[in-house]
Design a binder for this molecule. Structure first.
Ligand code: CAO
Length: 464
């Protein structure tokens, strides 16, 4: 008989009001005991909270950005068998930084509010179609691993080739992380496809057995960085990198060393676009919507992707096929105090400029408040990194793999342009398009950026 239980935040040591930085499940998800539910972050560490039971999530009681303490209700769960899980209390919190977080294992029959179960919770689960498609990205709470745009961001491991998620205990996940293995890429041989320690070890053996230079850049041989005692030369302060920065750094490094980048530059004449944008801003000021050039860029990029479909694609895992996408989800690099994050705006082709401006404001605020979810940073086709609000003339953005290209936008300035035997003042927007030269030829990139510049120069083309 179905039984509704509450899952509570277990003993997390002395920490109180700890931030929920990732929610890996949602109402309707089918959960196995020890599947991770949420990730908590203290100033010292990130901790995953696994489920003590198997069942179907009935109601989520927390969301990303909430503050919780020991005993806070995480969710309610419908358990098919009321005995299920009540003895599986070897629950531990696993630390995403591979450190040991303060926790207390929940003992069978423990009445302390670590993880509790109750039979008197709300109404039973309705139509019980438990969809088993939970996002269980680890590591990057930021994407992506579709992450850093090169500046980009952080990425969440992509699901494995089966389109599934990885089932693994926190201990195995920690073991995989220690070896630098993305658990989502490991095929599980355990019960119901669970990833075992042997699976992780075999994955590493197989990777090492690959010829040098083919395994994601593993063939690179470089000198070790010198170890320098900086204090010998003057006063210093040591400041730990934020978790976001560490994750995005690792992704940026991989993308930079494994993808042959070329950056193509151009300038778009946005004089007319700016005049139109200013009119729109006056019109929409009452609705508190601010329209920046980026909203136009999003739309123009999609028109260019539609014209050049090989830019709206990814290489498959084996690098043998190009996967062409028929949707248009665009990542936008957002500068936050803790590092770069790349939220993804969905179905940009189906939205207008005002709607996009509104969404842009919302997602960048969420990213800066650390409220963006892992899922909101996945699925991007192409990214834009805009430094136009700050300044600079050009830069070389790093591709946000598995995307194939990224557009850098710098500050528009008025320049004298030669037209009809005279010089006229025009507002010129610098564009920097980095592309994966394994897939995209220089000529195609030049055509793409010239086309994009034309669209921006004549926004009527956005409607074509
Ligand atoms: N040229 C001239 N002015 C520009 C411009 C451009 N290309 N782009 C924006 N501006 C102006 C805006 O119109 C706005 O002007 P007002 O305040 O006078 O209206 C001002 O600059 C600030 O814009 P913004 O940066 O707040 O807004 P945005 O939509 O352009 O960008 C966001 C939003 C989230 C992308 C941006 O705030 C941000 O975080 N950018 C940094 C991204 C980043 O770090 N990339 C680097 C990756 S490489 O490491």
């Amino acid at each position: 008989m179905a039984d509704i239980k509450q899952v509570l935040v277990p003993d997390i040591g002395d920490y109180k009001d700890v931030s929920v930085i990732e929610v890996m499940v949602k109402a309707g998800d089918k959960i196995s005991a020890e599947d991770n539910l949420i990730t908590l972050e203290t100033d010292k560490a990130a901790m995953e909270v696994p489920s003590p039971f198997s069942g179907v999530v009935k109601e989520m009681k927390v969301k990303t950005g909430d503050k919780v303490s020991q005993g806070s209700v995480i969710l309610t769960m419908e358990c098919a068998d009321s005995s299920d899980g009540t003895t599986s209390h070897s629950t531990k919190l696993s630390n995403d930084d591979s450190q040991v977080a303060g926790y207390a294992p929940v003992k069978s029959g423990d009445t302390s509010p670590q993880i509790s179960e109750r039979g008197n919770a709300p109404s039973p689960v309705g139509a019980g179609h438990a969809r088993d498609q939970t996002v269980r990205g680890h590591g990057p709470l930021l994407q992506q691993p579709n992450a850093a745009v090169a500046p980009v961001a952080v990425q969440i491991p992509q699901p494995d080739a089966t389109g599934g998620k990885a089932h693994a205990s926190p201990g195995i996940r920690r073991f995989a992380r220690e070896l630098g293995v993305e658990i989502a890429q490991v095929k599980g041989s355990g019960e119901k496809g669970r990833v075992t320690k042997d699976d992780v070890q075999n994955f590493v053996k197989a990777a090492l057995a690959q010829p040098r230079g083919t395994a994601g850049g593993n063939g690179l041989q470089v000198l070790a960085m010198p170890v320098v005692d900086f204090a010998r030369f003057g006063a210093i302060e040591t400041r730990p990198l934020s978790r976001i920065r560490k994750i995005s750094g690792a992704n940026l490094h991989r993308n930079w060393v494994t993808i042959p980048h070329v950056t193509q530059f151009d300038e778009a004449d946005i004089t007319e676009m700016e005049a139109f944008r200013k009119e729109l801003n006056v019109e929409y000021a009452k609705q508190n919507i601010k329209i920046t050039p980026l909203a136009f860029m999003l739309k123009a990029v999609v028109v260019a992707l539609q014209q050049f479909p090989e830019f709206n694609a990814s290489l498959d895992a084996g690098g043998e096929n190009l996967v062409l996408k028929q949707y248009f989800h665009i990542g936008v690099a957002v500068d936050t105090p803790d590092g770069l994050m790349v939220p993804v705006l969905r179905d940009v082709d189906k939205k207008g400029i005002v709607q996009l401006a509104k969404e842009l404001g919302e997602v960048s605020a969420k990213a800066r408040e650390k409220k963006i979810t892992a899922a909101e940073m996945q699925g991007g086709c192409f990214s834009i990194s805009s430094l136009g609000g700050i300044g600079g003339t050009a830069f070389t953005p790093i591709i946000n793999a598995p995307e194939l290209a990224i557009l850098g936008v710098s500050k528009a300035i008025i320049k004298p342009m030669h037209q009809d035997d005279t010089f006229v003042a025009r507002l010129m927007l610098p564009l920097s398009l980095s592309y994966d030269h394994r897939v995209i030829d220089g000529a195609a990139a030049a055509r793409f950026i010239v086309f994009l510049s034309q669209v921006l120069a004549d926004t009527r083309r956005l409607a074509l």
